[in-house]
Ligand binder design. Structure first.
Ligand SMILES: Cc1cc2nc3c(=O)[nH]c(=O)nc-3n(C[C@H](O)[C@H](O)[C@H](O)COP(=O)(O)OP(=O)(O)OC[C@H]3O[C@@H](n4cnc5c(N)ncnc54)[C@H](O)[C@@H]3O)c2cc1C
Length: 486
């Protein structure tokens, strides 16, 4: 295709208009990986542009992921608390009720303010933005096609692919986002379902299942594996499942959904044992398919330029986030590793720094993971199962929130902190927290691990009283069997 330096040179049809502009870096995708990468690159003096195919910036995380789900989790948690523990603390509010349209509006406003924030940051950092679908036509050339079919070609020294992920689908089951929904539809239900069936007991299934259970739905979660939350420390996952069952969520483990009959008002969901056997049929108003996410590279033109992908469709990168094609990098959900916003952000920073000739780096051993349910789960580093499989000898220090004064004052004593430390060196190898505000406490563990702390280092660090984080200190003391309050 001929490249016209200026659209005025190009004869004919507006829809084929080609304009060339030149950049040091073009980032494709404006999710947490892409927008953070662009900002860091601009800070380092690179002439940077971002291409985003959606109408708003911020990607999955800000539009249909982290932010809207946390808004619903926060509001529904307060609703439940108002109806349960307020009275115990002497606060009379009567029976709370939910006005769903107002709740959804609060969530939308939250999304909007975050999305606008990204737009503001792009302007502040003088990052040029293009709305349209990007395709890499050659190394150093990105074609952008907008919604009206207009095409422009941009020239660049470097490209970062940050196109994220899409929902994984079940064979033979159509997600219509009305009755059979993905997480996107489950964030926008206009009526509380009477019966919600969730397929998949991973983080998204448990978080959104919790939201709708708190708002009044009867929730059943069907999981193929014999345990919930794959990848989370087994002891934590088992105890957490019991807590969720006490809250009213039903589980069908070692089971698979094989078909959904949509012909009647009530969905008829066929559930079979994972290992095969007799099927049963469960009724549901809404089915949420939450079996994971898959990397998204559709229409990007990676095959044409020879960028390698692995057998799961993820873009293959080396330790410097470089693909096999010079000048093309990839970050975030589209490459291997945990599909988490903060992992994508850190890779965005590292990629920008590497492109600018600096020593960008991501420490994959210290990526915290949070399940924002009640109680929360937060973990960083190795699980007991992983340490056993690797043959690493370790000590365990555990401290329950029942013995923590602040948790008792907050009427939230479920759960514990568990620290795994190397048996020989005492270096902290993993921290697992099941309890209130685990999301905040895990940062301390991550910093400790980033600095190669021992459990003794945490144990000898003064922690304010009365705080939930004293449970972290006590768990560290418990590694050497000297917890004070338990
Ligand atoms: C319901 C839900 C809740 C979640 N909660 C959390 C959480 O609490 N914490 C957490 O860490 N993670 C959470 N996640 C995961 C998190 O959203 C992702 O890990 C994160 O968004 C990945 O960032 P990314 O930049 O790689 O991609 P994305 O955020 O997916 O952004 C990719 C962007 O690229 C754009 N794009 C794709 N192809 C093109 C193209 N050809 N041209 C132009 N633009 C293109 C897309 O439109 C999109 O905007 C959640 C996910 C979901 C679905």
């Amino acid at each position: 295709m001929p490249i016209y330096r200026d659209c005025r040179d190009k004869p004919g049809n507006d829809n084929q208009q080609v304009i060339v502009m030149s950049y040091d870096l073009i980032v494709i995708g404006s999710g947490p990986g892409g927008y953070v990468c662009a900002i860091r690159a601009a800070q380092l003096g690179l002439k940077t542009a971002v291409v985003e195919k959606n109408a708003t910036f911020g990607g999955t995380c800000l539009n249909i992921g982290c932010i809207p789900s946390k808004a619903l989790l926060h509001a529904s948690e307060l609703y439940e608390e108002a109806g349960t523990s307020f009275a115990q603390m002497g606060i009379k509010v009567g029976k709370p009720s939910v006005e769903l349209p107002a709740l959804l509006k609060y969530k939308e406003q939250n999304v909007e303010s975050n999305v606008k924030g990204v737009e503001f940051l792009f302007k502040k950092n003088k990052i040029e933005t293009f709305h349209g679908a990007a395709r890499i036509v050659a190394p150093g050339q990105v074609e952008v096609k907008d919604g009206g079919g207009k095409t422009q070609t941009l020239e660049t020294k470097n490209i970062v692919v940050a196109t994220g992920s899409d929902v994984a689908r079940l064979n033979g089951i159509d997600i219509d986002e009305k009755r059979i929904v993905s997480s996107t539809g489950a964030l926008d239900l206009t009526k509380v379902p009477q019966k919600l069936l969730v397929v998949g007991a991973g983080i998204i299934g448990l978080e959104l299942g919790s939201v709708w259970r708190r708002l009044g739905a009867q929730v059943t979660i069907v999981e193929f594996l014999d345990h919930i939350l794959p990848g989370i420390d087994g002891e934590v996952a088992r105890q957490f499942q019991r807590m969720l069952q006490k809250q009213g969520i039903a589980f069908k483990l070692s089971s698979k959904v094989t078909a959904i009959d949509t012909s009647e008002n009530t969905l008829k969901v066929k559930v079979e044992p994972a290992a095969g056997g007799d099927a049963e049929t469960l009724d549901a108003d809404i089915v949420l398919v939450a079996i994971g996410r898959v990397p998204f590279t559709e229409g990007l033109g990676l095959e044409a330029v020879g960028v390698k992908k692995d057998n799961r469709g993820r873009v293959v990168v080396d330790g410097h986030l470089r693909t096999n094609v010079a000048g093309i990098y990839a970050i975030g959900d589209v490459i291997a590793g945990p599909m988490l916003a903060h992992k994508a952000e850190d890779e965005g920073v590292a990629a920008a720094e590497i492109i600018a000739g600096k020593a960008g780096h991501v420490n994959y051993d210290v990526i915290p993971n949070v399940v924002y349910t009640f109680p929360e789960i937060a973990s960083v580093g190795e699980t007991e199962e992983e340490l056993k499989a690797a043959g690493i000898a370790y000590q365990v220090g555990k401290f329950p929130f029942t013995a923590n004064a602040r948790a008792r004052a907050n009427l939230a004593t479920e759960g514990f902190v568990k620290i795994l430390a190397d048996a020989k060196t005492d270096r902290v190898l993993g921290v697992h927290i099941l309890g209130p505000d685990a999301e905040a406490m895990i940062a301390e563990a991550a910093i400790a691990m980033e600095f190669d702390a021992s459990s003794e280092d945490i144990a000898r660090t003064c922690h304010a009283h009365p705080t939930l984080s004293e449970a972290v200190k006590e768990a560290a003391l418990a590694v050497n069997k000297r917890a004070i309050n338990f």
